[in-house]
Design a protein around this ligand. Structure first.
Ligand SMILES: [Zn+2]
Length: 404
């Protein structure tokens, strides 16, 4: 899950330097902004991480540390101290190489190397991960999720750029002053001289520590157990088994009940955009649409906001999204085509999709990219209702079919 970058009126005031609302009275109120401090590439070989733990403890602040195997192996006592102080520890792979275009076996070996080092240091297993350089792909997300590191890589909303030697302590401090409720702040405590980061955090917590609650990332607080992909109604030999397994481990779906996926059930438009939204990392956005039938608090509310903001849906008509209506195959591939940037491709082999149909290009893209092979060699059946097995397979194929 990703937190939104929300600059509330209060946060804007505070970021502008106003201090009249800060102080103990505000800290005791229920709506103190929450900020997630994160530190990558450690723990440090020198004293930085240990001193950072002291600074955090002085201000009652919790943080999340994304650690790497070699650093954990060299500094097991520091890792144990991070854990004992109540901070969360995330997996940052085994060394600082990127995880793109790797085989499942290679990915799992890298994640397990860090997990084994954590166990040897006496720390609990991680339940989240962050990709080196922040670059991930669906295959890496699936490999991580299968080890309980999931559902997807943790990103950030504020980059202090402390990774660059050109960034000064004052600049790191100035960036910290811009944070607001829900922000995830990227910093580093290992690999290189991190004294500027340490100094900036010390200054920030001393001067602004009462303006915020500093907590561990919720996705990093889990038990490190992967979600269940054991659905009694999905046999291993079915054409959609790999897609359902991917969807379960990356939490695109949790099924319709304990151990039940209901592959043949029809999918509503509200459910369909929710599948897409989860596979996109659950971005939270401020809505721009005027759909009167998307009620606050509905399970698909955030997904519809995201889909409308990104042009993935325009609704069924003015003010109408139709969340409870079954989604057709034409609508489903159109959602996916738009979510993938509306690529223009050539023709398709289906006689029931004509060039002047609004879904002609989406179907051509879905055919060319292997998202669908139709309901027969010459038919797509655009008006047919999509089942849960079909939709999960569409989304999985559009993510290049990650498997373990
Ligand atoms: Zn890193």
């Amino acid at each position: 899950m990703q937190a939104r970058r929300a600059m509330t009126g209060l946060a804007v005031l505070l970021a502008a330097g106003a201090t009249l609302l800060a102080g103990p009275a505000q800290a005791q109120s229920g709506d103190t902004p929450v900020v997630y401090l994160t530190f990558d590439d450690g723990p440090s070989d020198g004293p930085v991480t240990t001193e950072l733990l002291d600074v955090l403890a002085d201000h009652g602040a919790k943080a999340t540390f994304f650690v790497q195997e070699p650093d954990v192996v060299r500094n097991p006592d520091v890792v144990a101290a991070i854990s004992a102080a109540g901070h969360a520890i995330g997996n940052h792979s085994d060394g600082h190489t990127d995880v793109l275009n790797k085989t499942p076996a290679d990915l799992i070996r890298r994640f397990e190397a860090t997990e084994n080092a954590l166990a040897a240091a006496g720390a609990p297993p991680a339940s989240c991960w962050r990709a080196p350089f922040g670059a991930t792909d669906p295959q890496a997300d699936l490999a991580a999720a299968s080890l309980g590191l999931g559902p997807a890589a943790i990103r950030w909303t504020v980059d202090t750029k402390d990774w660059s030697a050109d960034t000064t302590t004052a600049q790191i401090r100035a960036t910290l002053d811009t944070v607001g409720d829900g922000d995830i702040v990227l910093m580093h405590d290992g690999q290189g001289d991190r004294s500027r980061t340490l100094t900036a955090v010390r200054q920030f917590l001393t001067e602004r520590g009462d303006d915020f609650r500093f907590e561990v990332l919720p996705d990093c607080q889990g038990d490190g157990e992967p979600p269940s992909d054991d659905f009694g109604d999905v046999a291993a030999a079915t054409w959609y088994a790999n897609a359902v397994r991917w969807a379960a481990l990356t939490e695109v779906t949790t099924g319709t009940g304990p151990g039940v996926f209901s592959p043949g059930d029809p999918v509503t438009r509200g459910q369909a955009v929710t599948f897409l939204w989860r596979s996109a990392g659950e971005p939270v956005v401020d809505p721009v649409h005027d759909f009167a039938d998307v009620s606050a608090g509905a399970f698909y509310e955030q997904a519809v906001h995201w889909a409308a903001n990104n042009g993935i849906t325009q609704g069924l008509g003015p003010g109408t999204f139709g969340p409870n209506q079954p989604i057709t195959r034409a609508q489903a591939v159109t959602f996916l085509w738009r979510a993938n940037g509306r690529p223009a491709v050539g023709a398709h082999p289906f006689i029931d999709v004509r060039p002047d149909d609004w879904f002609d290009q989406p179907v051509a893209w879905a055919s060319a990219s292997g998202v669908t092979s139709g309901t027969s060699p010459t038919t797509f059946s655009p008006g047919s209702t999509v089942t849960r097995a079909e939709l999960v397979t569409f989304v999985w194929r559009s993510e290049n079919r990650p498997t373990l």
